[in-house]
Ligand binder design. Structure first.
Ligand SMILES: NC(=[NH2+])NCCC[C@H](N)C(=O)O
Length: 263
């Protein structure tokens, strides 16, 4: 198992976005300790660029950040835990997993937000709110995955704040809120945006939403995925300090169990 720390912040535009790189470092260091693996640091610029075609920092996201992310996954030789950074860091590892493992790849998306906007429907211009839609092959062609994740093979879990266009995407069956989504799926990518948690559980959230899960619940929902071959995982949107992230140890351990389960 490889740990890739990807301190990208340009996919987020909120008041704490500039803290994402340090949150990434804190979480990646903890992941290294908990999982007993070295951490590979993927260089990401801290510079932002203008809104282009409705996407903030589009040039940075499609340029130097992406080149470094792709290079880091050239020959991983085993499952990778990607530590963000904003949720946009999932575009490359999930896209690569879909390419490698075929149309049967499923995605478990633990997140307060479905991230199913396009540049047109986004209220913010922030790419992290568009990343899952991109993985489903839609939206700005520079980001749209090809091959795309199959519609309906995405399970939304703990997701509770939808924009109108995201509701429409779910109605069309792009992503599914019942565990049926994973029927017939063998290989699975597990995405954890920490904002699936309640803000009272973890204070280092970039985009907190009320009424989230406890850490205990997240761990047991992750453990419930043990029957799948988990081919990759990501954990994103951390702005916590080294001290604050310590409560996430059980979450990292659960992701580690999934990634090394050897199936
Ligand atoms: N991964 C996240 N934190 N996403 C937040 C997205 C918020 C909102 N739906 C938007 O598109 O801007």
């Amino acid at each position: 198992m490889l740990i890739n720390a990807v301190p990208q912040r340009q996919g987020a535009v909120g008041p704490r976005a500039a803290e994402l790189p340090d949150g990434c470092l804190a979480l990646a260091e903890l992941a290294g300790h908990v999982l007993g693996r070295p951490v590979h640091h993927v260089r990401q610029t801290r510079a932002v660029s203008e809104v282009d075609r409705g996407i903030a920092s589009r040039a940075v996201l499609t340029g130097e950040n992406r080149a470094a992310q792709l290079a880091a996954l050239e020959a991983p030789g085993g499952p990778v835990l990607t530590v963000g950074g904003d949720c946009g860091v999932e575009l490359i590892p999930i896209g690569v997993a879909r390419f490698r493992h075929g149309p049967g790849l499923g995605v478990a998306w633990f997140d307060a937000h479905p991230d199913l906007n396009t540049a047109e429907s986004s209220p913010s211009g922030a790419f992290h709110g568009m990343v899952l839609r991109s993985l489903l092959g839609e939206g700005d062609p520079e980001f749209a995955a090809s091959p795309a994740v199959e519609p309906g093979r995405v399970l939304l879990a703990g997701t509770r704040v939808f924009d109108p266009e995201e509701e429409a995407a779910v109605s069309r069956g792009l992503a599914v809120t019942s565990a049926d989504a994973l029927k017939g799926v063998e290989k699975l990518y597990v995405h954890v945006d920490l904002d699936v948690l309640d803000p009272g559980e973890f204070t280092g959230l970039n985009y907190p939403e009320p009424d989230g899960w406890t850490i205990e619940r997240l761990v047991s929902e992750l453990d419930a995925l043990a029957r799948f071959e988990v081919v990759g995982a990501g954990i994103t949107e951390c702005v916590g300090t080294p001290r604050e992230v310590e409560v996430l140890e059980p979450v990292l351990a659960a992701l580690g169990r999934l990634l090394v389960s050897g199936k």
